[in-house]
Ligand binder design. Structure first.
Ligand code: G3I
Length: 369
């Protein structure tokens, strides 16, 4: 029987993919403490189409659930290039917990089942946020203890349901202002500062194997905010909270932040003993909302920024690299266009699902570093 002959690298990648699939089937999504066998770097991965198959850490995307159900081309890209899935919206409080006594599990269950079947990690987003809250929480009335009990039930019902199936959670999202003070959210007003550490304690008690993250934006560009966040999380850990890592959302621009700012960010968080999840990366090429065309110069700058982030991230110790998640697959569905009402082209695939220069620069960086 003649066997297909693969190049050594391709066979190495296939073996790794099979090992990951096998491992995922038989283990909780717990901490990946053992690095893979010596990861074979290469100068050229152009013969390997898939992004995650050339990476030594999970490559994720925020999943647009409607597109996933209805757009075959979109779904193919998700299956081919990403081995970690973050629900862009369906696991947020307003969707998953619409009434105090009602949870909406359908979409999230389907997503978790898809990921288990296709050997993909699930990253849970997000348990505690000030946005996309259901009316029953916005209108909730009670004592501080009532609010704590409500928060605990919210968190533990969701985390328990997906115990061992969700690798990590964004437990608290965007709790700080740009000046480093705590955002005046409904949680802060009714529970006080301790809501953050309590949220992590509730989540850890519900699923001790899940990796728990604080997630926020601009930490890669705002030193004051980053230092205040790290200081606050260190205190919360000293008071008993289990916090494994920090999610850097990385909604960045083609020409900002600089290489030095990125490196200082990774080094500061890693040296404070937090895993780093690049949790929502996209690279805007039109931050000033001009009337632009995605010309070759803009796309080349964008490609350089993707390469820069991956190269610097790859230099971190293995155990600090939780993974790199992009906030979307194709420019066509990017949140930026509807949120800012602007033309933008922030992701790896264009409106026609075609690979952009950023795809090739990211794949090359994953392969090389
Ligand atoms: O599903 C409804 C649809 O039924 C309705 O017809 C439509 C028009 O009102 O709205 C749809 O819901 C929208 C939802 O996205 C799904 O498309 C919401 O209005 C819209 O606000 C929501 O935007 C999301 C945004 O978070 C909310 O703040 C974006 O998709 C999502 O990409 C974005 O993601 C956040 C992260 O969770 C946290 N970090 C920042 C990031 C970008 O804002």
């Amino acid at each position: 029987m003649s066997y297909v002959k693969y190049s050594p690298r391709v066979s190495f990648v296939i073996k790794n993919a099979l090992l990951l699939s096998f491992a995922l089937l038989f283990t909780n999504c717990g901490e990946d403490t053992t690095p893979p066998t010596v990861y074979e770097k290469s100068t050229d991965c152009s013969n390997i189409e898939s992004l995650f198959q050339v990476a030594e850490f999970p490559i994720g995307t925020a999943l647009n659930y409607d597109a996933f159900l209805t757009d075959v081309a979109y779904r193919d890209l998700v299956e081919t290039h990403f081995n970690s899935i973050t629900a862009e919206n369906i696991m947020k409080p307003s969707n998953i917990h619409p009434q105090e006594s009602e949870f909406n599990w359908g979409a999230s269950d389907s997503l978790v089942q898809f990921c288990a079947k296709h050997a993909k990690y699930v990253h849970g987003h997000t348990l505690v946020w000030h946005n996309q809250l259901p009316d029953w929480i916005l209108n909730y009335k009670g004592t501080k203890k009532d609010w704590e009990d409500m928060l605990q039930k919210h968190i533990q019902t969701i985390v328990l349901r997906y115990k061992g199936k969700v690798r990590g959670w964004d437990v608290v999202n965007e709790a700080f202002e740009e000046d480093g003070t705590l955002r005046k959210t409904i949680w802060l007003e009714n529970i006080g500062e301790s809501y953050i550490e309590k949220a992590f304690i509730y989540a850890h008690n519900a699923d001790p194997s899940a990796l728990l993250f604080y997630n926020d934006f601009n930490l890669e560009s705002n030193l004051t905010k980053r230092e205040k966040v790290i200081q606050f999380l260190n205190t919360a850990k000293n008071r008993g909270a289990t916090i494994h890592g920090i999610g850097l959302q990385m909604h960045i621009y083609h020409v900002y932040p600089s290489e030095l700012m990125l490196k200082e960010t990774f080094d500061e968080i890693s040296s404070n003993n937090y895993k780093i999840h690049i949790s929502e990366m996209d690279v805007s090429v039109n931050p000033l909302n001009k009337d632009i065309e995605p010309d070759s110069v803009l796309l080349a700058d964008q490609a350089k920024q993707y390469e820069r982030v991956i190269r610097l991230y790859s230099q971190l110790p293995y155990e600090k690299k939780y993974g790199c998640t992009l906030w979307g697959v194709t420019d066509k569905y990017s949140w930026i266009r509807s949120f800012f009402y602007r033309e933008d082209y922030p992701l790896l695939f264009d409106d026609y699902y075609k690979q952009k220069p950023a795809f090739f620069s990211m794949r090359k960086a994953l392969c090389l570093y």
